[in-house]
Design a protein around this ligand. Structure first.
Ligand code: G3I
Length: 347
């Protein structure tokens, strides 16, 4: 294992990151306010998800696959509605380092270039996860796995330095009961692997905001409690962490009774919260109401910086026949789309 880094490292880089983020948020909010003042006489609700989110200094994003960008409906809907993107798969370990030390950034570079050409922010997903590891990494043990993990993080976060608004540094490391997932990373490296990943990401890109990302955290529960405790511990020991991602994969009957309260308690710790993979299985008003509730919760929490839906069209959703997104297979807006835009404009 690497020696403990200086746990009292100067906060200079983190402080700069927070100042950068605060300036950016203030600028966005200021521009929105100025815009509102200038056109107060003709104030009209924003007509797209991204434009409406930007009015409160937030983003509205979508998970993207580069191979669909050549499809007219896909690209037109992306360009019109979203001001942030994340790679659904192209920046994961199996895609970016298929062989040890041999990096392949083709897909991620295509998405970053597209985002830059279209004025969109880019979320990074994900540096370290138990799934979609390349085969060569899955069999490593002890220090060899630790070195492979930190080398991977340095390679990918270093390659995209300055281009990523926030990284999902670690994805899905906890079980429903709040215990650690017994992945190869946990078994081989022990509890310390998560903080080592965050420190490596901070070293590789001091300007990106560093997030922990997970699902099943759609309220106050054993899993979100464990993540909350981890954030408190990281902050106490100077481990760099700036945000928590709430994937928010839901159904039309999901219980969201403590959803907003959960976001707020993390925000009260002084980290940002991001809704990172929103989709809601179902249809009609039941689906629309869940999307609306999540959107309203984000708008109610100042440190909720934005929402990303996990895809543009039902046609390509990982959830297949559950039709969980805002646009149908023909890129037509669904009732859920109108509910989200309504909530964004009301916010
Ligand atoms: O790239 C191969 C391709 O070469 C091969 O021909 C094809 C058929 O076997 O498979 C392709 O890999 C697929 C990959 O997506 C890229 O398309 C995998 O089989 C498939 O399992 C993988 O699914 C992705 C899944 O993560 C993997 O766990 C989904 O698209 C993606 O939406 C999903 O996203 C995750 C987030 O990253 C984390 N949170 C949960 C979310 C849903 O599982």
């Amino acid at each position: 294992m690497e020696k403990d880094e200086d746990m009292h490292q100067t906060p200079t880089r983190r402080l700069r990151r927070r100042i950068t983020a605060a300036v950016a948020a203030t600028a966005a909010a200021g521009l929105a306010a100025a815009g509102a003042m200038l056109f107060a006489g003709n104030a009209s609700a924003a007509e797209t998800l991204g434009a409406s989110a930007a009015e409160s200094g937030r983003y509205f994003g979508a998970a993207i696959a580069p191979n669909f960008l050549g499809e007219e409906g896909y690209a037109n809907t992306l360009n019109a509605e979203f001001n942030s993107i994340v790679a659904e798969n192209a920046m994961k370990w199996d895609a970016t380092e298929p062989s040890p030390g041999q990096f392949n950034f083709t897909g991620g570079d295509q998405l970053v270039a597209y985002a830059e050409d279209h004025g969109m922010a880019v979320r990074g997903h994900t540096l370290v996860w138990h799934a979609q590891q390349p085969t060569w990494a899955q069999g490593l043990q002890g220090q060899a796995l630790h070195d492979a993990m930190t080398t991977h993080i340095a390679g990918v976060a270093g390659h995209y330095q300055g281009k990523i608004s926030s990284w999902d540094v670690v994805n899905e490391a906890f079980e429903w009961d709040g215990s650690r997932r017994q992945s190869n990373l946990q078994i081989q490296l022990g509890d310390k692997w998560i903080e080592d990943a965050f420190r490596a990401a901070d070293a590789a890109d001091p300007d990106a905001r560093l997030c922990y990302n997970d699902y099943g955290t759609d309220g106050v529960n054993a899993k979100s409690d464990a993540i909350y405790d981890m954030v408190v511990d990281f902050q106490a020991r100077g481990v760099p962490i700036d945000c928590v991602g709430f994937q928010t994969h839901l159904g039309s009957d999901s219980d969201l009774g403590s959803y907003q309260q959960n976001l707020q308690r993390f925000a009260d710790l002084g980290v940002d919260v991001e809704i990172t993979e929103l989709d809601v299985g179902g249809s009609g008003s039941a689906q629309a109401n869940v999307f609306r509730t999540v959107t309203e919760a984000c708008l109610a929490v100042d440190r909720c910086t934005g929402i990303t839906v996990w895809g543009i069209t039902d046609k390509y959703s990982w959830r297949g026949e559950e039709t969980p997104l805002l646009f149908d297979a023909n890129y037509q807006k669904k009732e859920a789309y109108e509910a989200v835009l309504d909530a964004l404009n009301a916010g």
